[in-house]
Design a binder for this molecule. Structure first.
Ligand code: NAD
Length: 897
């Protein structure tokens, strides 16, 4: 029975979703079945990329030296299993043991070399033009990396990519070549044993056209690192170009060795022999052209033919064998085809040129070492990559001609020159068009600490190995200093000296600029904003359309006082708001500067209109801080402490459905008659009090009670309004029309504006009964009109959809973190309740989580006793939700919650 192997996804060995498999056979003996491997498809890729994306949130935060330590363990395990892996590799892809040992050794060297880099990974610090600015750039990971590799170096090439990618903090999905899946399994068994965390590395087997292509296309893959043929490389580059994805390509070669008339011919012979026939000519750096000066051509050709004829062909597991088989039937067909082409082109076949199927070798894909003479530089066999044991000899008359011939192909990977003339060496280094040039050495022989890669059609300019590989797998982000940086500190110090100590700042965010979802502080640190300036920046920071509206109005006039004069933006906004407010009855609008002022206005109007003095509000509610609004507020006693006496005749009752029997049976019976109650003030979702969504019957029942007693229902939508919950106003979720609707916050994207929208029949104020010098400022009105346009045009829908997604993602964290006792909310108004020690609220822990998220670049705020609110701008996208959840998850892990 054939052994069945699996994919490695999210820390588990799994079959392909289709259940299908493909065979892998020994190229030295096609009857030797190595095993069955998963024939995966795009679904498997999607699963692997998701796992990698999720793991990225943790892995990127693991310190680089720690990541290096894991790689060090990987290196030790590779060393321990070197012989076993090398033997398996020879069986799998045919190259001789000496070479497969070298291949595994390359992986070992890379592991140790890269592990050490964990303690360096240098950035750059430079002086700044400004006196108080400290300039530095640091390396940050890119994200999920797709690694697609060929079969000819099944350990070296994956590790060249994988280890630096991991060290930089990326997570990966590897798609190895179909011909060498088993070596990849061995590598992943070691990665698992070494303790690489779940999801950080993922392995998906399958056909390149299907699985490889799906991986490249996947939207969550941020970088593709590919080694393989130029044809596939081109396809991948074009997809990545369309998607503006980072891509590193290491492609084919048509490498040449020049031998000048003054060369050491014995040395040159060794170079040509192993350059051409090592790995059966299946190296990207293989010597496929031998450019010989005419003075030594005959002598070296004779030496080479004599030696090549004696090359011992056979199963690479036999220590005496010097050349193994080609990788598969198609490869041998291709090589043989090129031999026919060479003959047709007029080249003279010196040796080989035929399939080797003597004795038991009939069952393998062997081919004789082949040498063509009288090859001209433009023949196809001298131009195209054959990828087999075929060497073309080209005669030249001079050094300049040799360089010209060497440069005369589309490729530019490796090259070599044999000469004793130091001047020629330096001219060759200057004039050869190749990524690598050896002097008096073969075209093969990479070392892990030296940059590796080609020019022209061999790649797109990246260099693997060495320290240059980190430029592929890391970003150089902005100038950064740990928050609070020196500039932030200076602002905080000044602020603390001169501003009132009442402000409750939670972390030292000193903003320089906001763009969309991102805030940049004065030191150049970037933060993802999931608090929107307490749910105010509804259209994100400085939305261009809002900014344009503000600029246009600011150019006309800034202020005239809406209490005394008229202007179009105010009238237009009032009209818009009265149309937007729920319910069909006509409305009147009073504009203010803030939520507090809006509540204050509603408080006054309710008394004025009903001629009743009492009001009811809810425990846990927040309505503002002016004395009137504060009298209604009861979220934290500290807000009210030492400000009494507050406005009398305000009664607080429990929030939620149980308030109805309480009002009827307790308050109205024992304390105040309902006929004396002017209004009930209610937040449809408790905001500051903990983002609590009441039961569905709560608001309709409250409305019914108000109607029974002629009490006005004042709905405070200051936080929940303007699309945040997935409807324009939260009360619309329950079909309730308020008598008075109070709005502010999200209405104008951050410009100070509030509005009280009352049913016309209640709006009984007479001339000059109430007013506001700044309320309804024309610039703020213009901002509000632009904001409302954007909200209506799609942000409401987005808030609903991304809100559900965010709430679901946060909900999933509950199974990972026992400290999360509840996740609740509507749309983009989501509260995560944190508790410690068997469910007890823990505000201190909550505050530490918020502070740590700030350190990690995520802005959050608290509410309730032990809740964190997620209230990002309504423009937030799923990707950003993923990042925020990832950071939050990692912070909880770090703080042990
Ligand atoms: P290949 O291009 O056929 O395949 C390479 C990998 O790409 C495989 O994993 C394959 O499954 C995958 N693939 C195939 N089609 C794909 C597609 N449409 N989308 C995504 N992935 C796809 O190459 P190969 O035959 O495995 O390897 C030989 C080639 O690799 C030669 O041209 C050789 O020169 C080159 N190579 C280059 C370097 C270098 O560093 N420059 C090193 C080794 C090999």
């Amino acid at each position: 029975m054939a052994e069945v192997f699996k994919n490695y996804i999210d820390g588990a060995w799994v079959e392909a979703k289709s259940g299908k498999t493909f065979e892998n056979r020994n190229p030295a003996n096609r009857h030797d079945l190595i095993g069955l491997f998963p024939a995966s498809g795009p679904d498997d890729i999607d699963q692997a990329v998701r796992a990698a994306k999720k793991a990225f949130a943790h892995w990127r935060l693991v310190p680089a030296p720690k990541r290096g330590e894991i790689l060090y363990r990987v290196g030790e395990l590779l060393r321990k299993h070197k012989e076993e892996i090398a033997r398996g590799m020879t069986r799998e892809m045919g190259k001789i043991l000496k070479e497969t040992r070298g291949d595994v050794q390359e992986g070992i060297d890379t592991a140790f070399y890269v592990a050490g880099e964990g303690r360096r990974l240098f950035g750059a610090t430079t002086p700044s033009e400004l006196p108080d600015k400290f300039a530095m750039s640091v390396r940050l990971p890119v994200g999920v990396c797709a690694l697609i590799t060929p079969w000819n170096f099944p350990m070296a090439i994956p590790t060249w990519k994988l280890f630096p990618a991991l060290l930089c903090g990326n997570t990966v999905v590897l798609k190895p070549a179909e011909d060498t899946p088993h070596t990849a399994i061995k590598l992943f068994e070691i990665l698992e044993e070494a303790g690489v965390p779940r999801g950080v590395v993922n392995l998906v087997h399958g056909r390149g056209e299907e699985v490889g292509a799906a991986l490249v296309r996947h939207a969550d893959v941020k970088l593709v690192s590919f080694t393989g043929s130029a044809a596939v490389g081109r396809e991948i580059a074009s997809v990545c170009g369309q998607q503006l994805k980072r891509v590193s390509l290491e492609l084919g070669g048509k490498n040449a060795q020049i031998v000048m008339e003054d060369a050491d011919l014995d040395l040159a012979l060794e170079g040509a022999l192993w350059g051409a026939f090592g790995t059966t000519g299946q190296r990207c750096t293989a010597t496929s052209r031998l450019i010989l000066h005419r003075d030594i051509k005959k002598e070296l050709t004779d030496m080479l033919v004599a030696r090549a004829e004696k090359i011992k062909i056979g199963d690479g597991l036999d220590e005496n064998v010097e050349m193994g088989p080609l990788i598969n039937h198609a490869a041998r067909e291709k090589v043989h085809r090129y031999v026919q082409i060479g003959k047709e082109e007029g080249a003279r076949l010196l040796i080989g040129g035929s399939i080797y199927e003597e004795g038991k070798w009939i069952d393998g894909y062997f081919y004789r070492p082949t040498i063509f003479d009288q090859v001209t530089a433009t023949m196809r066999i001298a131009q195209e990559e054959i990828f087999g044991p075929v060497l073309s000899i080209i005669e030249v008359k001079s050094f300049d001609e040799a360089i010209e011939v060497l440069n005369g192909t589309p490729y530019g990977l490796s090259s070599s020159i044999y000469t004793r003339d130091v001047e020629r060496c330096f001219r060759a280094m200057r004039d050869i068009e190749a990524g690598i040039t050896y002097v008096n050495g073969p075209t093969i022989g990479a070392e892990v600490h030296l940059p590796f890669g080609g020019i022209k059609d061999t790649g797109n300019g990246h260099r693997e190995a060495g320290t240059t590989v980190y430029d592929i797998f890391s970003e150089w982000p902005n100038i950064k200093v740990a928050p609070p940086g020196p500039k932030a500190k200076a602002v905080v110090e000044k602020d603390q000296r001169y501003t009132a100590p009442a402000y409750g700042r939670v972390y030292p965010l000193v903003v320089k600029e906001g763009r969309g979802m991102v805030i940049e502080d004065v030191d150049g640190n970037l933060f993802l904003d999931f608090m929107a300036g307490i749910a105010v920046a509804s259209t994100g920071h400085s939305h261009p359309k809002v900014v344009k509206a503000i600029e246009e109005q600011a150019r006309k006039f800034l202020h005239i006082c809406g209490s005394d004069f008229y202007y179009e933006p105010m009238a237009e906004l009032a009209e818009k708001l009265s149309q937007l407010a729920p319910g069909s009855s006509p409305k009147k609008v009073f504009l203010t500067n803030s939520g507090t002022e809006t509540i204050e206005a509603a408080f006054k109007l309710a008394r004025f209109a009903t001629k009743r003095s009492h009001s009811v509000a809810f425990l846990g509610s927040f309505h503002g801080r002016s004395l009137g609004a504060l009298s209604l507020t009861a979220s934290r006693s500290s807000h009210r402490a030492h400000f009494s006496p507050l406005v009398p005749d305000v009664h607080h009752v429990p929030y939620g459905s149980e308030c109805i029997p309480y009002l009827e049976n307790v308050l109205f019976r024992h304390e105040v008659s309902p006929e004396e109650v002017a209004a009930i003030f209610v937040e449809p979702i408790l905001g500051e009090g903990g983002y609590i969504v009441p039961a569905a019957e709560f608001l309709p029942n409250l409305k019914g009670l108000c109607q029974r007693y002629g009490i006005l229902l004042v709905v405070d939508e200051i936080q929940s309004g303007f699309g945040r919950t997935g409807k324009m106003f939260a009360c619309e979720h329950w079909g309730v029309e308020p008598d008075i609707l109070c709005v502010a916050k999200g209405i104008a994207s951050g410009m100070p504006l509030g509005a009280m929208i009352a049913r016309e029949e209640i709006s009984t104020w007479t001339r000059s009964t109430h007013g506001s010098t700044f309320g309804g400022n024309p610039v703020a009105c213009a901002a509000a009109l632009a904001t409302i346009n954007l909200i209506e045009a799609g942000l409401i829908k987005n808030a609903g959809a991304v809100g559900n997604y965010l709430q679901e993602s946060l909900g999933k964290l509950r199974s990972l973190h026992s400290c999360i006792s509840d996740v609740r909310g509507l749309g983009l108004m989501i509260g995560v309740e944190l508790a410690q020690n068997g469910g007890k609220p823990d505000p201190k822990f909550r505050d530490r989580v918020i502070a740590k998220c700030f350190d990690q670049g995520l802005l959050l705020l608290s509410c309730g006793e032990s809740t964190i609110r997620f209230c990002p701008p309504l423009i937030v996208q799923r990707d950003e939700a993923d990042i925020a959840v990832g950071i939050f998850d990692a912070v909880l892990t770090e703080l042990g919650g």
